[in-house]
Design a protein around this ligand. Structure first.
Ligand SMILES: [Fe+2]
Ligand SMILES: [Fe+2]
Length: 334
C-alpha cells in the first residue's frame, strides 16, 4: 500500500521555489475558535476592489489567485479526530466501493497539478496551482489516516508517472474534479442525512469537501483566464484539446459503466465511483432525479460564499438541470 502518511511526494520537486504554507499553531485542531475562524475564511471570499473581473484580464487572474490563497485552511491531518464508530456503521463505511479510487485519484491529481504548475510562467498562477497540488497531497494524507483508523484494505496503488503533455493531464484532472465534486457534494449530504456518516465523521471530512469546491472554482477561473490570453491559433488548438478531454472523459465513464454491467459489480478502476456511490450511501436507494436535485442544491450552497464575479464550473450543473427539465417533461417520478 502506497497511501501512507510518510509518502515522500514533494510539490517543490516539480515546482522549483514552491514553499508549503506555514505550519499552523500547534494548538490548531484543538482550539475551537481558531478552527471556526479558519473554516469561515475558507468558505467566504470577496475581492475588495469594485468593478467587473473580465476573464483573462490581469485583475481576473490576480483575484483568482488571491481567492485561492486567502481561503486556504491550515488544518493538519495529524490532528483530525477519527471518531469511534458503531461496528455496523464502520462495516458499511469500510465496504463502500470508493476508497481505492479516492486515494488513487488524489495521488494522480497532486502529480498532474504540480507537473502543470511547473510549466507556468505567471508566478501567482503557478503558486496557486502548486498549492492546489499540495492540498491534494494533504487529501491523500487524510485518506491514508482514515484508512488506517478504520482498517480499510486498499488495493496496491499503481505508480503514477508524469504525462508527456502536462496541460492535457491537468485538463483531464480538472474536468474530472468538476464532474466528481458535483456528485460528491450531493452524496456527502445524502450520507449525512441517511446517517451513514455520523455527525463527527461529517465534521472531519467537511473541510476536504469544501476544498474540492475551491479547487474547481480555481480550475474554472484558470481555464477562462488562460484561454482568453491565447493567440487565435493557440486558442483553436486549446479548444480542440478541451473537446478531446471531454470526449475522453465521456468514453472513460461510459466504457467503465458498460464493463461494470458485464462484470456484475466488479469495480477495479471505477471512475464512476461518485455515481455508483449513491446506492451505497442511501438506505433505501435513491431516485436519480432526487439525487441530481440534491447535487445542484449542494453545489449552489458550497459556491454561495465566493465572489459572484468569479466564474463557476457550468457544464455538469447545466447538464444536470437539463436532465431534470427533460425528466419533468416526461411526467411523474417512479
Ligand atoms: Fe482532492
Ligand atoms: Fe481537488
Amino acid at each position: 500500500m502506497d497511501a501512507d502518511a510518510t509518502d515522500a511526494f514533494d510539490v517543490a520537486q516539480l515546482v522549483p521555489g514552491f514553499r508549503p504554507p506555514p505550519q499552523p499553531q500547534p494548538t490548531l485542531g484543538h482550539d475551537d475558535a481558531q478552527l471556526a475562524a479558519a473554516d469561515a475564511r475558507m468558505r467566504h471570499w470577496r475581492d475588495p476592489v469594485a468593478g467587473p473581473l473580465v476573464p483573462g484580464s490581469d485583475r481576473h487572474g490576480d483575484a483568482t489567485c488571491r481567492m485561492f490563497r486567502d481561503t486556504f485552511n491550515p488544518y493538519r491531518p495529524a490532528v483530525l479526530d477519527w471518531p469511534r464508530l458503531e461496528p455496523a456503521v464502520r462495516d458499511r463505511i469500510v465496504a463502500l466501493p470508493i476508497w481505492d479510487i479516492a486515494v488513487q485519484t488524489e495521488g494522480k491529481a497532486r502529480l498532474r497539478m504540480a507537473a502543470y504548475a511547473g510549466t507556468l510562467h505567471d508566478p501567482a498562477m503557478r503558486d496557486a496551482l502548486a498549492l492546489n497540488a499540495w492540498e491534494e497531497q494533504r487529501h491523500k494524507d487524510v485518506l491514508a489516516r482514515m484508512v488506517a483508523a478504520y482498517g480499510i484494505d486498499l488495493a496496491p496503488e499503481p505508480v503514477h508517472h508524469p504525462s508527456r503533455d502536462p496541460e492535457w493531464a491537468y485538463l483531464v484532472t480538472g474536468y474530472s474534479e468538476c464532474i466528481d465534486s458535483f456528485f460528491a457534494f450531493g452524496l456527502f449530504e445524502l450520507a449525512r442525512r441517511s446517517g451513514l456518516f455520523p455527525p463527527a465523521l461529517v465534521d472531519t471530512f467537511e473541510p476536504v469537501m469544501q476544498e474540492e469546491c475551491r479547487h474547481i472554482l480555481l480550475f474554472a477561473n484558470w481555464a477562462a483566464w488562460h484561454r482568453a490570453r491565447l493567440s487565435f491559433p493557440r486558442r483553436v488548438r486549446f479548444e480542440a484539446k478541451v473537446a478531446a478531454v471531454w470526449a475522453f472523459l465521456a468514453w472513460e465513464r461510459i466504457g467503465l459503466a458498460r464493463a461494470i454491467d458485464v462484470d456484475g459489480g466488479a469495480r477495479p478502476q471505477d471512475n464512476n465511483f461518485t455515481l455508483h456511490g449513491a446506492q451505497s450511501v442511501a438506505d433505501n436507494g435513491v431516485d436519480v432525479r432526487d439525487l441530481l436535485a440534491l447535487c445542484l442544491a449542494e453545489n449552489d450552497r458550497r459556491f454561495a460564499g465566493y465572489d459572484e464575479r468569479l466564474l463557476r464550473p457550468r457544464t455538469v450543473p447545466g447538464l444536470a438541470r437539463l436532465v431534470l427539465r427533460v425528466a419533468g417533461l416526461f411526467g411523474r417520478r417512479r
